[in-house]
Design a protein around this ligand. Structure first.
Ligand SMILES: Nc1ncnc2c1ncn2[C@@H]1O[C@H](COP(=O)(O)OP(=O)(O)O)[C@@H](O)[C@H]1O
Ligand SMILES: [Mg+2]
Length: 258
């Protein structure tokens, strides 16, 4: 479904992604594990079309020079020149790092805002489907989003991405700031997405431990380069990966109430 070939992204002279090759098959849950600054957000932003946007805006303002090379194929089509909007309309939907939500609006209002590209009737279908998938969110739908716990806010952020009816859902650090218990809940939601919706998922994370048990395949990203790939079990069984990426479980977990 997604094929990335030799992707390179430069910010001025700094290489954020260095000749990256990655595939995601239809129906798979694939993870990219990497520590801070490895290039995770740049990778997902490139797939979502945001790196292109940054490049064009930056060029227009005479700002930082961003250059990209390589190809991204979605369902066999080269999408490198597609706008972010075209990508969303074709099913490529990004749930961004640190989940920007409207703090003063209710859960329901946030979900409706997220559906701005879609018809009203489609949105109400999506909402019914999201509330079946995340019953906890249904119970909170009138709650002001800013008063939700960190885990509930992350659930809302994923749900906001689901309103756009993704075929390929991109999750950028969905576990950031969550307690181990909330991390497990969010990962369980991903398992349910795969089982009940058939949505293909690409997750970027620095916390390997909660992610690896639920994925089909994973990659390790270091300094913009993929250094290892394998099934979830192969990654769990690799002593180097264990040493480097385990024990990172909720080390900055701030969501203590969950
Ligand atoms: N807009 C930008 N301008 C300059 N450098 C950037 C920009 N975005 C990311 N980078 C650099 O690219 C590298 C990868 O960053 P990023 O993709 O955000 O990593 P991660 O999400 O894994 O923490 C880092 O060295 C970062 O400093
Ligand atoms: Mg990031």
């Amino acid at each position: 479904m997604l094929e990335i070939e030799n992707l390179m992204v430069f910010f001025e002279n700094a290489l954020a992604l260095n000749g990256l090759n990655l595939t995601v098959q239809q129906g798979e849950v694939v993870a990219v594990i990497g520590s801070n600054s490895a290039g995770k957000t740049t990778l997902l932003n490139a797939v979502a079309g945001l790196v292109n946007d940054m490049r064009i805006n930056s060029q227009r303002r005479g700002g930082k020079r961003i250059s990209t090379y390589g190809h991204i194929y979605f369902k066999g089509e080269d999408i490198i020149d597609w706008t972010p909007r075209q990508r969303v309309l074709n099913g490529i939907v990004l749930s961004r790092e640190r989940h920007p939500i409207f703090q003063e609006s209710s859960v329901l209002e946030n979900l409706k805002i997220a559906g701005y590209l879609r018809k009203r009737s489609e949105i109400s279908n999506s909402l019914a489907y999201i509330f079946r998938l995340f019953p906890a969110l249904k119970a909170l739908k009138r709650r002001v989003a800013g008063f939700l716990s960190g885990g509930e806010q992350q659930m809302l952020a994923i749900a906001m991405a689901l309103v756009a009816r993704p075929a390929l859902l991109l999750l950028d650090e969905p576990l950031l700031g969550l307690s181990p218990h909330m991390q497990a809940t969010v990962m369980q939601a991903v398992v349910e997405l795969k089982q009940f919706s058939g949505i293909t998922v690409l997750i970027c994370e620095q916390f390997a431990q909660p992610v690896l048990p639920i994925i089909d395949r994973g990659y390790v990203l270091e300094n913009g380069m993929l250094t290892f790939s394998g099934t979830g079990a192969e990654l769990i069984g690799n002593p180097e990966i264990h040493a480097a990426y385990f024990g990172r479980l909720a080390e900055d977990g701030v969501d203590g109430q969950n």
